[in-house]
Write a protein that binds this ligand. Structure first.
Ligand code: HEC
Ligand code: HEC
Length: 447
């Protein structure tokens, strides 16, 4: 059967007709405006900041626009399941997009959502851990928001489940946007007549907290990102990815064991989102922290279920490393984090919840040696993999085939940058351990 390609820009300067998800799903008649896709827009290293200074607010370029549903690999059924078409209207999405770039939602008018989720960087900030209001440095790496609409849990520790609940937290987090309350943030835009009419248009009433959060969440629900070379390959274009990437996809599902976590099911290959809606301790950060005393401290100091306190701790304190444990208080969740999706992963460096690894080769070296031997809570699927250097290159080539077309040029440049680093520096590589048998894991210490 012949495979039909989607209409999309072939090179910079071409125009792309964006049929937004909002429009596609609400069957409304309007189309969002014709938008040029700046494929030449590059991602530079994040700016160095002076003490006390928040990062600059990124410009709202074409990559901030809602994504088309007309993408190869687009998950139509799942999308219809997670989105209520009646509520996802163009007016709400446009309002949400504006609010996403609105620094007045922060305590001192300097920080917006986009500060840490820059559309030109696949909605991340390029930093190991995020920097917010007054230059305060948090504990965690900013995840991409592309495809966050499909997440069953939001945040690395899954402390909330909906995008609405999520959006409320950074606005008041003292290290992020630092507003005294959501009401306080709302009060700073409530007098703006443009906002008044936009809220009226979107929700039929004035500026208010609940609709503000809904609009932001609705905008995020339009950020579906597929149409990668890998999607074209899965759809039947045999030459859409390199032989190396094809070998990498095989390894991903076999010897490298990636599918044990980055797949919705282990029995069947899953080429959708590369998540399992679950949490695992894979030995990141845990070796640098004494987690057992921290867990005891959390039990003493943090009221279970106090979402605001968990949010502050996760972003601002050393107990952040406890991950999912902060939410569930189950010992088995100590230093467990959510399995992140892998689409556009080349563009979203550095890696892991603490941004501790610079390149995908470092990530592979970590998995290859099954790092975390002294970690009693390490996931059973972490073990030495005995991958050769060329097998590692193949898995990285596969990961690079998951880049959506808007980010192709940035991704190619970033891939080249990481490859160059990997030639001179492989801090995580331990070939002897990668080829050794799995060591015996220590028992958890008494609590
Ligand atoms: C100062 C930087 C910063 C700002 C500002 C910020 N975020 Fe984030 N965002 C992060 C970090 C860091 C995380 C991960 C935190 C964690 O997991 O504990 C995150 C996580 C998220 C997630 C969860 C994604 C996932 O895959 O789990 C969403 C959604 C999100 N942010 C949206 C927003 C929205 C909407 C705003 C504005 C209301 C916003 N962020 C403001 C840094 C920021
Ligand atoms: C035992 C479950 C498990 C296995 C097996 C696993 N992963 Fe992961 N992966 C995770 C979790 C959990 C995280 C987040 C961990 C953290 O940040 O602490 C993660 C993070 C990542 C990241 C970083 C993404 C980002 O945005 O920072 C990449 C890349 C990745 N995995 C690729 C792979 C590859 C490739 C394999 C196979 C070699 C693999 N994973 C095997 C669970 C797993």
């Amino acid at each position: 059967m012949r495979f039909q390609r989607c209409v999309r820009p072939k090179s910079k300067g071409h125009l792309m007709r964006i049929t937004s998800l909002a429009v596609a799903l609400s069957c409304s008649c309007a189309l969002l405006p014709v938008t040029a896709v700046a494929e030449e827009a590059g991602v530079d290293p994040p700016l160095a900041l002076s003490p006390g200074e928040a990062p600059p607010l990124p410009k709202q370029g074409p990559l901030a626009q809602p994504r088309s549903s007309d993408q190869v690999g687009f998950l139509k059924v799942l999308t219809e399941y997670v989105i209520s078409p009646a509520t996802l209207t163009p007016a709400r999405v446009a309002l949400g997009q504006r609010l996403f770039f609105e620094p007045r939602l922060s305590g001192d008018g300097t920080v917006a959502c986009a500060t840490c989720h820059d559309p030109d960087r696949a909605f991340t900030d390029g930093r190991p851990v995020s920097v917010g209001i007054h230059g305060r440095v948090g504990q965690r790496n900013a995840p991409t928001l592309l495809n966050a609409l499909y997440n069953k849990h939001q945040f690395w520790d899954g402390r909330v489940s909906t995008l609405e609940q999520q959006a409320a937290l950074p606005i008041t987090n003292p290290f992020e946007m630092g507003s005294a309350s959501i009401a306080d943030a709302v009060s700073r835009i409530a007098g703006d007549t443009d906002y008044q009419s936009q809220f009226e248009q979107a929700f039929g009433r004035g500026v208010n907290e609940q609709d503000l959060l809904s609009a932001i969440a609705d905008y995020e629900r339009t950020l579906a990102s597929f149409d990668s070379p890998f999607d074209h390959f899965i759809a039947g274009e045999a030459n859409a990815i390199s032989d190396s990437a094809k070998r990498g996809w095989e390894l991903f599902n076999t010897k490298a064991l990636c599918h044990r976590c980055h797949a919705l099911t282990e029995n069947q290959r899953d080429a959708t989102l590369f998540i399992d809606n679950d949490f695992h301790n894979i030995g990141i950060g845990i070796l640098r922290h004494r987690v057992a005393p921290l867990a005891q401290q959390a039990e003493r100091e943090l009221a279970q279920g106090d979402l605001a306190a968990i949010d502050t701790t996760a972003i601002t304190g050393e107990m952040s490393v406890l991950g999912r444990f902060l939410v569930t208080r189950k010992q088995s969740d100590i230093a467990s984090f959510k399995t992140p999706g892998l689409r556009n992963v080349v563009v979203t460096a550095p890696y892991f919840h603490d941004g501790s690894m610079q390149t995908l080769w470092d990530v592979m070296d970590h998995y290859n040696k099954g790092d975390g031997i002294t970690d009693p809570w390490l996931d059973k699927d972490m073990q030495p993999l005995a991958l050769s250097e060329s097998e590692i290159d193949d898995v990285v080539a596969f990961l690079a085939s998951l880049t959506s077309p808007q980010y192709k040029e940035v991704s190619d440049r970033e891939y080249a940058r990481q490859l160059a680093i990997s030639k001179i520096s492989r801090p995580q590589r331990d070939t002897a351990r990668a080829f050794a048998p799995k060591p015996v894991q220590p028992a958890p210490p008494p609590f």
